[in-house]
Design a protein around this ligand. Structure first.
Ligand SMILES: Nc1nc(=O)c2c([nH]1)NC[C@@H]1CN(c3ccc(C(=O)N[C@@H](CCC(=O)O)C(=O)O)cc3)C=[N+]21
Length: 298
């Protein structure tokens, strides 16, 4: 049976370190500030944004949340971002995605000052991660969290290891591949047009699933002993729990995979909590850099 990589525990350890460093900074008169912006009333987004604001407070950050109406015009959101860019008490700006259709997400993301872009979505940060300068950039929180889990499992040098990333999104798949490559893994990105995915997946010492298709990766896709990182968070019907009930599953068929893998992340309690922890780490790093200090190693 595979070792379970406990994302909840590693996230708690990471936020504990962030809170510790934040206390040291506060003694120097610097309080890390995070602004989270939510447009509209999507219930899932409200839950995630609430969790981020709460975690920021727990870290001792200055935490502000801006809730805007679903019909907010794009220029109003851009004006808010301009104010937050100019606000010295704010070190990190996160605009929750997806945005309502009248707003162009790319225009909004590129309006965030790169040095406050704690999501790591601005072209400047994307470019630095892609060119192997992740140490100076903001790495997107989900791949950053997944990398920390892989590092804990396998160490920081992945020389000689085959990594297969299933999914080519800008938010997870592509930056994940860049980070694995920077750690010396041999990396393949697979996607919906890849031929014979099961065979390719079986070549992976490190398998990262980030496609958003419930339980797509089966037990016989996994090389015995592989490290499996499940980025998927899919809500599916669970009639066995009663009428109208749902449950969360990943992109990996967990019950099958844990018999084959060497180590595996669960869903929930895996990569999800790490995402929020890395947002706190990025905000702390931003506050340090703003004060001319290096970001602490976590
Ligand atoms: N600008 C922006 N940045 C984001 O980072 C961002 C976003 N927009 N939009 C939505 C996605 C999704 N996301 C998650 C974070 C934590 C969990 C998480 O902690 N999940 C728990 C379960 C939560 C539950 O029970 O629903 C877990 O996996 O254990 C999930 C999903 C961040 N996102």
């Amino acid at each position: 049976m595979a070792r379970i990589i406990d994302g909840k525990a590693l996230a708690a350890e990471t936020t504990g370190k962030v809170a510790h460093h934040a206390r040291d900074l506060s003694e120097k008169g610097i309080v890390p500030g995070l602004a989270v912006v939510l447009v509209g009333e999507d219930p899932a987004s409200q839950v995630y944004v609430g969790a981020k604001s709460k975690r920021a407070k727990e870290c001792g950050f200055h935490s502000v949340q801006h809730d805007l109406a679903a019909d907010t015009p794009e220029n109003e959101l851009l004006e808010l971002i301009a104010r937050l860019n100019a606000d010295p008490a704010i070190h990190g700006i996160l605009v929750q995605l997806p945005l309502p259709e009248q707003i162009d997400p790319d225009r909004v993301i590129q309006a965030i000052a790169p040095k406050k872009d704690v999501d790591g979505f601005h072209y400047m940060n994307v470019g630095m991660v892609a060119t192997g300068s992740a140490g100076r950039a903001f790495v997107p929180c989900t791949p950053a969290g997944a990398m920390l889990m892989i590092e804990r499992e396998l160490g920081s040098d992945l020389s000689g290891k085959n990594a297969v990333v299933i999914g080519r999104s800008n938010i997870v798949g592509k930056p994940m591949a860049s980070l694995l490559l920077a750690a010396n893994a041999t990396v393949t990105i697979a996607h919906s047009r890849t031929g014979d995915l099961p065979t390719l997946a079986r070549s992976a010492d490190i398998l990262v699933a980030a496609v958003g298709r419930p339980e797509m990766v089966r037990g016989d896709w996994i090389k015995p002993g592989a490290t499996v990182i499940d980025v998927g968070i899919n809500r599916i019907d669970a009639p066995e729990r009663g009428e109208g009930k749902t449950r969360l599953v990943g992109d990996v068929a967990y019950a099958e995979a844990e018999r084959v893998a060497g180590a595996i992340t669960p869903v929930p309690g895996g990569v999800g909590p790490m995402t929020i922890a890395m947002l706190m780490a990025n905000t702390l790093a931003s506050a340090c850099r703003a004060a001319g200090m290096p970001a602490p190693r976590l």
